[in-house]
Design a protein around this ligand. Sequence first.
Ligand code: ADP
Ligand code: ADP
Ligand code: MG
Length: 649
Amino acid sequence: MFNKILIANRGEIACRVIETARKLGVATVAVYSDADAGAKHVAMADQAVHIGGPAPKDSYLKGDLIIEAALSTGAQGIHPGYGFLSENPKFVEAVEKAGLTFIGPSADAIRAMGLKDAAKKLMEEAGVPVVPGYHGENQDPEHLSGAADMIGYPVLIKAVAGGGGKGMRLVENPADFMDALQSAQGEATTAFGNPDVLIEKYILQPRHIEVQVFGDGEKAVHLFERDCSLQRRHQKVIEEAPAPDMPADVRAAMGAAAVRAAEAIGYKGAGTVEFIVDGSDGLRTDGFWFMEMNTRLQVEHPVTELITGVDLVEWQLRVASGDPLPKKQDELTITGHAFEARIYAEDVPKGFLPATGTLTHLEFPADARVDSGVRAGDTISPWYDPMIAKLIVHAPSRGAALRKLERALRWTDIAGSVTNVSFLRLLAEQPDFVKGDVDTGLIGRHLDTLAAAPVACTKARSIAALTALGLMDLPKDAGFVLWSPLTHAVSLVHNEEEIVAKVTVNGRYDYVVDLGEIQHRVQWRDGSWWVDATRVQARTARHGQDLTVFWGNAYSFEVIDPLDRAGDDAAGGNVILAPMPGLVKSIFAKPGQTVAAGDRLAILEAMKMEHSLLAARDGVVAEVLASAGDQVQEGAALIVLAEEEDAAA
Ligand code: ADP
Ligand code: ADP
Ligand code: MG
């Protein structure tokens, strides 16, 4: 075993590798860019070396600097994680030339699988079924379009150097072929510097089922399959193992094909053989075809770990340091079922736009495995992929595991950035998915339902209002103030909707929240929120003016600052709010009274000074909510003006 390794990566996968290294007593060296100086992987490693600027090309892709860091810290091996340099054969050669061990396959094995066309040819020779199509060298557009006609529509154009779903176009009919070809080639050139494509038959009702393999350089075993059919734009969203409704003979056939693929290239280490499967009529031994092999640890490897009990990173370190394969094929078995959901900082209703932000609040459920590269207070920067965490669950049956996933997502509390958690949770409840009826088009067909922005119910809004007023934070001995029949009001914005809530004190930690159309009694006792005498599982987080209620979904609210509000004519100036906590000295307004903009309506004494509260517009006083002598919180509504239409009528 190694004494020390360097991890040439960042984020969750760097943390994941460090954890296993620690378990095995192996010292770790992290590398980091300027953007990651305070990152979790840097804090976790025994040593950390700065390698450059935030752009990957200036740091995590700088093979020479990384090798230098390994040599100077005395690391013996380099773990590449996934992405970055993990599938770069030149890097592997440079690592070996420096006398270090690359914890992964040989440069030759990576090259053999690096381009999808060459890999398909090789697999055909090895007797692995490949997707019917054209994967020859002739890149003449006329020739490619002729090949598409021969294959029969629909066809898929794929960049031979592709990855991460880039450079891929589905073409439904011949008239669209040339345009699709051009755009695929354009994207391939930009992303991979290689415009070459192959043409494949587009499998209808396709399922993506991949097999985890592990080789020692000669022999390989497989660790069963993962179903990654839940995809959006060819990117995996939720993965599971084993595949739903997988017959034993198909599992054996796919496993054997994957082992043949790995052994054909003398594969060493962890790899994944991806198959596209015809799911239109159950899974059949003649209904799966090789798509590509990923010569690295895959993002979704944890589901395999949970059903097999194998720590794949431990196997990587052991095999790279010269141990034989830790288990034989017949010693590997499946126990239970596992799911992984990829949690990203992204704005789902806005077309899954990647988001950035500082995670002001980050809490995960205790009964799930969480692989994450960030902690509360960390920032999702624009430089790297916006993954926050992978949530992974395991249970004896598929149904139980899926319910566990749904529950774990409900208890995932993230504030500071928008996330895809609600989308994932809706997906975990989607009836076809629950039945195990999956294909790669499932998300697309149900996108409208799955991607809708969650709207907080009136109970969640009431909890938000109390949190905004800070009423539950008051010390227990706040005295008569809490007991006096005081009324507060607060304005919140949720999903661009303005909410005005009026709160009446019933007793200690006991309030009635009036939202206009409905009232709720909200209490705080025994460490929980109670709404209308029912205990609810809501949690709240407040950061500045941002407030989140976690209750099935994360509902975010913006608390409207009364100081902004006072001078904000556009907002209507309907409510005169206390700009700070203080004592109401005088009130000069009566219901029904006509006032003009700038009229002094109240005096608030705070911080040993008197503050005049002025009408923001002309209008008629609708309600007076405070009286002289009241102690009020910041944001408490004191005087409400009638709506302008009402006043005019
Ligand atoms: P697949 O390649 O089958 O889609 P993955 O979802 O594991 O499988 O990875 C998608 C692509 O994005 C891969 O090429 C992977 O190397 C790359 N990738 C994934 N995560 C990261 C990351 N955090 N940083 C850099 N590259 C990444
Ligand atoms: P990448 O390198 O981007 O991961 P893949 O070749 O693995 O590219 O394909 C990505 C996804 O595209 C697959 O998971 C699958 O959903 C879809 N796909 C690929 N090939 C086909 C095909 N021939 N028919 C239908 N869907 C396909
Ligand atoms: Mg793939």
